[in-house]
Design a protein around this ligand. Structure first.
Ligand SMILES: [Zn+2]
Length: 98
């Protein structure tokens, strides 16, 4: 298994029980501190977080594309608007347009 993820409630590294369970021990700042040890195959699953990271990365790539076009087309207003519209027509992972 890859690196053990931080606690989803407070963000600190969990305490491991053997090789297959994790528990948060951040007793002062975590609502889940000293809760039941959670099997790592459950602890590592973060579907919303993973989807948001993927969407964030896709949006960063689009921003980089827009910056690149803006730098190369700054004196051509009609061409710049056409290129940006073409990029924003592409679907984001959430289906929203940027
Ligand atoms: Zn925690």
């Amino acid at each position: 298994m890859s690196e053990v993820k931080e606690c989803p409630w407070c963000g600190i590294e969990p305490r491991l029980f053997g090789k297959d369970k994790a528990q948060c021990i951040n007793e002062f700042n975590c609502p889940n501190a000293y809760g039941r040890p959670i099997p790592l195959d459950e602890w590592q699953v973060r579907p919303i977080e993973d989807a948001l990271r993927a969407e964030n990365e896709a949006l960063r790539r689009k921003i980089a594309q827009i910056h690149k076009i803006a730098k190369s087309s700054i004196y051509d207003e009609e061409g710049l608007l056409g290129d940006i519209e073409e990029i924003t027509k592409q679907d984001s992972p959430s289906g929203e347009r940027i």
